[in-house]
Design a protein around this ligand. Structure first.
Ligand code: SF4
Ligand code: SF4
Length: 472
């Protein structure tokens, strides 16, 4: 047997920065909380305004009325989905599927172009986490203060502050749960019934469930969701290329890093522009050190850019040591914005959006199904006619009561037994049993193709094909 030994290889990441990790603790251990320091600057303003805009949309949409109903109400119980006056039924759900495909390709396009900006600026996990951190900051103080307080004794004053913080978190969670469930059940009734303890079991269950998820995700789990649970973080690398805009640290300019006085000449000291103040790490919501290079935990929020720009300002250096950049730019190459992958995603996105609007334009205001009686295929009636029985199911998809007229074509001299003019309430599915009678002399074959025609007051017609049978 060969006595050759396998060489031991050091696989420690070359960019590992012990200082940053020591300060933050093991960031993959859920017990080690990340104390996020508040960051101020251009990108944080952008993030805050974007977050406020989305929050307002999320909170106000369920309260918007449209006609007699809620503008957007996804009524799962009744299987009706109302969007600003248009009611969609399960048979229209291809529209919803198209919407999901649009969202997916929109995300692919944005990620290829701008990396994980969705995560950093618009993802509910980030927006709610920053709201929760805001309460923490206001009630318990800065990140440094919180870290010190938490490692010391729990004083009555701290207990009181923490208690108020948790109450505020719970209030935000409850509002979130109520608003979210308000997309599925009428929100006005839900809120009144919830606070007067008259709501049913399931609405209460779902409100509390989503409130608990909000409280746990934004209050406690935070970056753990982004790092360990979010599938998007895992497959984003498939969309990245060297021209994708990411948050990057300019190593050539920044290294070697080290503290120095403001008046000192870094070149004379053999130093780069990074003064190793560690601010970029302290403001990072996922607790990483961007100077270690591109990492999948980075959500492109730009907090480290703002923090570093402040340091650069203080030192009198040019801003942008950390910036939105591309791998190509960092390695001294030109960035190609218009590239086949991005154009491909954009083209597919445009085609699907076009398809979506074409689908919307063809959504019918009324639907009809024709079911033949399966127990008796035909019978001879008292008038000597061959009679076939059907059940018509008519859905009024509009938000007003409608009167419809029914007729049949395909055979001569057909007798209609049942109502031919019907009134259907908005959103109602009307079941109409009826039968057709035909003189046997007018039936040339055992199976005749017929068409049921429904027309509304605006001459909109729906035609459904069926069969008329006689003895074989
Ligand atoms: S490294 Fe910078 S951009 Fe990335 S998550 Fe941390 S603070 Fe945000
Ligand atoms: S904030 Fe800028 S200067 Fe400070 S450690 Fe980070 S990269 Fe270096």
């Amino acid at each position: 047997m060969s006595q050759d030994k396998i060489d031991v290889k050091d696989v420690t990441p070359k960019t590992f920065n012990p200082k940053a990790h020591k300060e933050q603790g093991d960031r993959f251990n859920p017990n080690n909380r990340i104390y996020v320091r508040e960051s101020k600057g251009t990108f944080q303003k952008l993030r805050r305004y974007g977050g406020w805009f989305l929050l307002l949309l999320f909170g106000l949409i369920p309260w918007l009325p449209f006609g007699e109903r809620q503008a957007i109400l996804l009524d799962i119980g009744k299987q009706q989905f109302n969007f600003f006056g248009t009611t969609l039924y399960p048979q229209d759900l291809t529209l919803l599927a198209t919407l999901f495909v649009i969202a997916a390709f929109g995300l692919f396009f944005i990620t290829t172009f701008l990396g994980r900006v969705w995560c950093g600026y618009l993802c509910p996990q980030t927006v709610w986490t920053f709201i929760y951190i805001w309460f923490e900051e206001k009630l318990e103080g800065s990140a440094n203060k919180r870290r010190k307080q938490d490692s010391g004794k729990l004083t009555p004053q701290l207990m009181w502050r923490k208690g108020v913080k948790h109450l505020a978190w719970i209030a935000v969670a409850l509002i979130t749960g109520l608003t979210f469930v308000g997309y599925f059940v009428p929100i006005r009734e839900l809120v009144v019934n919830f606070f007067s303890f008259n709501a049913g079991f399931w609405p209460v269950f779902w409100v509390l469930f989503f409130a608990a998820c909000t409280y746990a995700n934004a209050g406690w789990m935070r970056s753990i969701v982004c790092i360990h649970m979010c599938p998007y973080a895992r497959f984003q690398s498939a969309m990245f290329d060297k021209d994708t805009f990411i948050v990057g640290y300019d190593t050539k300019r920044g290294e070697s890093r080290g503290p120095r006085s403001r008046k000192a000449d870094p070149q004379a000291l053999g130093l780069g522009d990074c003064i190793d103040c560690n601010l970029c790490v302290q403001v990072c919501p996922t607790g990483i050190d961007i100077r270690d290079g591109l990492q999948y935990e980075c959500i492109n929020c730009g907090a480290c850019i703002d923090a570093c720009d402040q340091t650069m300002d203080r030192m009198g250096y040019e801003k942008g040591l950390i910036n939105y950049t591309t791998e190509h730019r960092l390695s001294g190459h030109k960035t190609k914005v218009m590239r086949p992958k991005l154009l491909g995603y954009g083209a597919v996105l445009l085609v699907i959006i076009g398809l979506f609007f074409a689908q919307i334009a063809t959504v019918e205001p009324v639907g009809m199904n024709v079911l033949r009686d399966r127990n008796q295929l035909y019978r001879e009636n008292g008038a000597g006619e061959i009679e076939n029985t059907y059940t018509l199911k008519i859905i009024n998809k509009t938000q007003q009561a409608q009167q419809y007229k029914l007729s049949v074509t395909g055979l001569d001299d057909v007798s209609w037994y049942g109502k031919q003019t019907i009134q259907v309430a908005p959103g109602e599915v009307l079941t109409l049993p009826m039968s057709l009678g035909v003189n046997p002399e007018n039936l040339n074959s055992p199976v005749s193709t017929i068409q049921f025609i429904l027309s509304d007051s605006e001459q909109f017609t729906v035609t459904v094909e069926s069969r008329f049978l006689k003895n074989l």
